[in-house]
Design a protein around this ligand. Structure first.
Ligand code: ADP
Length: 245
C-alpha cells in the first residue's frame, strides 16, 4: 500500500485563517450574504458601508463629512476608509478569519490591502458575487432597510410581514438615500469604473478569486455555496467554529 504523504501533510498542516472579501456590484447581495456567513462561521462581518453609515447616524465629524458623499452615490476618500478598515482589522475578533464587505473598492484600497496582508498569516480569498445588470436594478430599487437593526427587505422577493415595518423591532423601514433611482445609476457607474478592476489587481497580488453566479439563487443557497467553496480551500470552516464554541 502506498501512502500519499503530501495528502496527509495537507490534511494535518494547520490552515491559515481565511480573509474573505465579498466583491460584487451594489445589490449583488454582499450585505445579506455577509450576515449569513457570520452566523455560519462566527467570523466578524466588516461592511465599510455599514461602518460609514454608523458614523453618520452618530453624527461624528467623520459622519457629517461623509453624509453628502454617500447620498450622492460616490465613494468616500481612500485614505479615510482604509484607515477605518486597518483599525478594525486589528481587533482580536479578526484573528481567526474575517469577512470584508465593500472593501477594497478602488485600486489604491486594493494595493493597500495587499500590503496589509504581507507578513500576516491570512489566506486572502475574493468571492465575486455575480448578478446580471437588470436583476441588480430590480433589487436596488425595491430595497427597504431598517435604520435601527440594519435588516434588509425587498418589496417583492422578501417583504416584511407588515408593509413598511421591520419584523425584528417594529420600526419604520426606510429607503436608503443612495437607493433612489438616479443615485443607483451613479453607484453602478462608480462600480464599473473604479471597483471592477480591483479583482484583477488582487489576483495579480496572489489573491485567490472565486466567482459565484448568484442571480437566480436565494441568499441561503448563495451562503451555503460560499461555505462549500471555502471548505474546499481551507478544511471545514463551520466545524472549526463549532469546536471553538
Ligand atoms: P453597496 O455595495 O450596495 O453600494 P454599501 O453599503 O457597501 O452599499 O456602500 C454604501 C456607500 O458607502 C457607497 O456608495 C460609498 O459611498 C460608501 N463606501 C462603502 N465602502 C466604501 C469603500 N471601500 N470606499 C469608498 N466608499 C465606500
Amino acid at each position: 500500500m502506498t501512502i500519499d504523504t503530501a495528502d496527509i501533510a495537507s490534511k494535518t498542516a494547520p490552515q491559515k485563517p481565511l480573509a474573505v472579501m465579498l466583491f460584487g456590484a451594489p445589490g449583488s447581495g454582499k450585505g445579506t450574504t455577509g450576515k449569513m456567513l457570520t452566523k455560519l462561521t462566527g467570523w466578524p462581518h466588516l461592511a465599510t458601508g455599514d461602518l460609514l453609515r454608523e458614523q453618520i447616524a452618530r453624527k461624528t465629524p467623520l459622519g457629517l463629512e461623509m453624509q453628502s458623499i454617500l447620498a450622492s452615490g460616490k465613494l468616500a476618500p481612500d485614505d479615510l476608509v482604509s484607515r477605518m478598515v486597518w483599525d478594525r482589522l486589528g481587533w482580536p475578533d479578526c484573528e481567526n478569519g474575517f469577512l470584508l464587505d465593500g472593501f477594497p473598492r478602488t485600486i489604491p484600497q486594493a494595493e493597500g490591502l495587499a500590503q496589509w496582508f504581507q507578513g500576516r498569516l491570512f489566506r486572502p480569498v475574493l468571492i465575486h458575487l455575480w448578478v446580471e445588470y437588470n436583476e441588480i436594478l430590480r433589487r436596488l430599487t425595491g430595497r427597504r432597510t431598517c435604520p435601527t437593526c440594519g435588516a434588509i427587505y425587498h418589496l417583492e422577493s422578501s417583504p416584511s410581514k407588515v408593509t413598511g415595518v421591520c419584523d425584528n423591532d417594529g420600526d419604520e423601514l426606510t429607503i436608503r438615500a443612495d437607493d433612489q433611482e438616479e443615485v443607483v445609476l451613479q453607484r453602478l457607474q462608480t462600480y464599473q469604473s473604479q471597483t471592477w478592476p480591483v479583482a484583477e489587481t488582487l489576483r495579480k497580488h496572489g489573491v485567490l478569486v472565486e466567482a459565484i453566479e448568484c442571480g437566480e439563487m436565494d441568499p441561503e443557497s448563495v451562503a451555503d455555496r460560499i461555505v462549500w467553496r471555502l471548505d474546499r480551500i481551507s478544511g471545514s470552516i463551520a466545524k472549526k467554529k463549532n469546536k471553538a464554541e
